[in-house]
Design a protein around this ligand. Sequence first.
Ligand code: UD1
Length: 415
Amino acid sequence: MYVVEGGRTLSGEVRVQGSKNSTLPILAASLLCRGESVLYNCPRLSDVEASLTILRYIGCNARREGDTVIVDTGSVTRYDIPAALMHRMRSSIIFLGAMIARFDRVRMSFPGGCELGPRPIDLHLNALREMGVEICEDHGELDCSIRDRLHGAKIALTIPSVGATENIMIAAATAKGTTIISNAAREPEITDLADYLIACGAHIAGAGESTIIIDGVERLHPAAHAIIPDRIVAATLMSAAAVTGSDIRFKSIIPSHLESVIPVFRECGCEFDISGDGMSIHTPYRLKSPKLIRTMPYPGFPTDAQAPMMSVASVGDGMTVFVENMFESRYSHVSELCRLGADIRVEGRVAVVDGVKRLLSAHVHARDLRGAAALVVAALCARGKSEVEGIEYLERGYEDFELVLSSLGAEVKKV
Ligand code: UD1
């Protein structure tokens, strides 16, 4: 757990870690590039370690030197992923496209449900079927093979799923012919994956837009690539600054990735100085409540920033309505924020937050990654000593978060 002494003002400069959601698909994609890929700015997170464990199980050599991960996928020995490894990380389904492209065969279990509600993979499976993959689903196991050769296809996604777009892009990179994905996800992590694949010799156009065109090439070669900064970690730190009335400076971020987040903080009365890859946030004494926050696919407001933003709204002057459009059950932090004194009512996908002047310390339990971040943010401004349990969720996505916050002047200890 974290023990947080609330009420400290933050100050100083912070470097934002590399993006988890970029690192995971890029590690999976490295399987296609027989040889040694070098990935800079890879955060040290339990989800990243789970991906490296899967790569090692398959027979790859993966090692870390500081922030750099070196993966040699030259020799591989297996085409299966055991259930225990699949269940360690929700996003392990991202290995499906890469394994089928590399081995023409893959056996893995379903990644299973998750704490955000059911997380179906029908879009992933349907797309791969259109590309020539035969998929046998049996008792939670997936057995996939290719009769002839993986081939390109026109794939229209009914939802712009991030994971499905990534799986298709990876599988299509070395498939025979052209793949066109319409209604593709447009998240910056999709563009980062495309940039890595292009560096490896793939032909991909349109990443970051709704239509992505991939011309399959015979083979990819390894490449060096720097992972983009994590926009959700940046949004969480912005929330930490806002609730504590602090001014902090970010270095190594991409402000354009926060285009839907910055206006919400402006609505709260925060001001920004933005230059190149640096950004400062200046926060008012009392935050104003943003009126309405609806989570949407990129470039809309990210569902991953909903929970930390709710901590901000909890101490705003006024009322905020949240509408969670992306996942069914993403309000597990609400009951715990209420234990800290927040005034929040939930009805289905809608949460109504009546801002209070001050939160009070409490012992709270995190139940998912972003919910854990929200509780830590709330504890930073709650009067007294709070304990936040369930930090193992936080560590799936935030690198040394207690040290990052401490370096800004917060009083946070991991015990
Ligand atoms: C990714 C992110 C996650 C983020 C989410 C939405 C990673 C590792 N994780 O998750 O942090 O919260 O995007 O921005 O990048 N869906 C289906 N069928 C499918 C696939 C998805 O119905 O086959 C639905 C999901 O239930 C969800 C919506 O589509 O309601 C969006 O999910 P998706 O974009 O696929 O999220 P992930 O890739 O799992």
